[in-house]
Design a protein around this ligand. Structure first.
Ligand code: ARG
Length: 459
């Protein structure tokens, strides 16, 4: 074990304590961010005359070499160190000697780790945003092909009114669009650099915090050094945004699982995204969709874990905060994998359009339209609702759909019904007369899909 401290200690750390305290097994993932932050810190120290140019040049070369050696497999991050920060400093000092020991001037691991996590989160949020966008592109593509594919829309999981597949999928497009705004909002909330906050109270060196903030791509330096080292809000915001993305994916998966059943048969999942059973030869199971749904709980777990970790912490840094890393890393990896696999699964799914249409024509999805037809003929809506209720009841008894009743059968319920009723309650009419913004009618959907195309081109 190798530590950055020891001067005031008379005994060595107990081995079990060292292992318990160490974070290197997981925070080595921050290596690139850590080195990136250190390079800017060193450059600023030289600009401020705290390091000589020669010292700075050696630090820069040393840090670059460590990063490339690790990333290209020539150097392993040794787990004999407490954390990634200790590893880099020790490796640097081994390589370049004295200047390596000066790198930590005016800095604490508290502002260092706060910076590393922010740099890491920023990069990951950008990548996650791209994954969400890629999924939206798949949704858009399928929607464009299915603007005329009629299916039942549901409430309470009961057939309600006819819609189109494009309309249904477009609801998910909107959800993922909001997810992207959440990721972007979080990026704007975390746009301040904690570097130079020190342990909690800044430093006595003339650091140029504004310069390092700009050099690291932040809008400004954090305004308060205590907040700088103890803020983990952005991680909670990230986990919250990821939880909502997962919730959306999970609802989508739930529908795909249902739609893939023999009872629905709206879709057929591709063989490549299904698995078989060890005992039942006929089975083709939607495991990927189920796993995405299942992993949603894990991402929620990360959010709750982070909220609980932070809730009782006095200012400023406390070691509890080291517990931020594993849930955040896991939630990011899980969400990325789910987004990517789900998009590929969706892209390869076959939609059984005939079956969807047949399902929409059962279950009286045009009952509202018959009521609207009666209203058009002067019947008050409440009366129309009652009349259609009786029509439906009678259809159930006769095992017929509304449009299968003859004109005289229909007129028995209301004299105002005429031959034009059949056109008025056809599925196409039911869908295409719904032309208000956001509705499934063809013109409204074409407008929505055009809007989506512009959105996807723009960002
Ligand atoms: N491994 C620590 C963490 O992730 C780094 C900060 C350590 N700071 C300290 N004062 N012990 O939080």
């Amino acid at each position: 074990m190798a530590t950055l401290w020891g001067g005031r200690f008379e005994k060595n750390t107990d081995e079990a304590v060292f292992a318990f305290n160490a974070s290197i097994s997981f925070d080595k993932r921050l290596l690139r961010a850590d080195i990136g932050g250190s390079k800017v810190h060193a450059e600023m120290l030289a600009r401020q005359g705290i390091l000589t140019e020669e010292e700075e040049a050696r630090i820069q070369q040393g840090l670059d070499a460590i990063l490339s050696d690790v990333e290209e497999g020539r150097l392993e991050v040794s787990e004999t160190f407490e954390d990634v920060h200790s590893f880099v400093e020790s490796e640097l000092t081994d390589r370049i000697g004295e200047p390596g020991k000066k790198l930590h001037t005016g800095r604490s691991r508290n502002d260092q780790v706060a910076l590393d996590m922010k740099l890491f989160t920023r990069q990951e949020a950008i990548e996650l945003d791209a994954c969400v966008k890629a999924l939206m592109q798949v949704i858009q593509q399928i929607s464009e092909a299915h603007i005329d594919t009629i299916m039942p829309g549901f409430t309470h999981l009961q057939k309600a009114q006819p819609i189109t597949l494009a309309h249904h999928l477009n609801a998910y497009f909107e959800m993922f669009k909001r997810d992207r705004t959440r990721l972007r909002d979080l990026l704007s909330h975390m746009d301040t650099s904690p570097l130079g906050s020190g342990a909690l109270a800044g430093t006595t060196y003339p650091l140029d915090r504004e310069w390092t903030a700009k050099a690291l791509g932040f809008a400004a330096a954090t305004a308060n050094s205590i907040d700088g080292v103890s803020d983990r809000d952005y991680l909670i915001e990230l986990l919250s945004a990821l939880s909502i993305i997962m919730m959306h994916l999970s609802r989508f998966c739930e529908e795909m699982i249902l739609w893939n059943t023999d009872e629905y048969r709206f879709i057929e999942l591709d063989d490549a995204f299904s698995t078989g059973s060890s005992i039942m030869p006929q089975k083709k199971n939607p495991d990927i969709a189920e796993l995405v749904r299942g992993k949603t709980g894990r991402v929620y777990g990360a959010l709750v874990s982070m909220l609980v970790t932070m809730k009782g912490l006095p200012l400023a840094y406390n070691k509890d905060m080291q517990e931020d890393k594993e849930p955040v890393f896991d939630a990011i990896d899980t969400t990325k994998a789910c987004l990517t696999l789900f998009a590929a699964m969706l892209a390869s799914t076959k939609f059984n359009t005939e079956r969807m249409r047949a399902s929409a024509s059962g279950g009286f999805t045009n009952a509202t339209d018959l009521a609207d037809y009666l209203v058009g003929k002067g019947v008050p809506f409440r009366d129309a609702h009652g009349i259609v209720g009786q029509v439906v009841l009678s259809c159930i008894e006769r095992k017929k759909s509304i449009e299968e009743l003859s004109l005289s059968e229909l007129r028995a319920f209301s004299e105002v019904i005429d031959e034009d009723v059949y056109d008025a309650i056809s599925l196409e009419t039911c869908v295409n007369r719904r032309e208000t913004t956001g509705a499934p009618g063809k013109t409204a959907m074409e407008r929505a899909l055009e809007e989506n195309r512009r959105y996807l081109e723009k960002d």
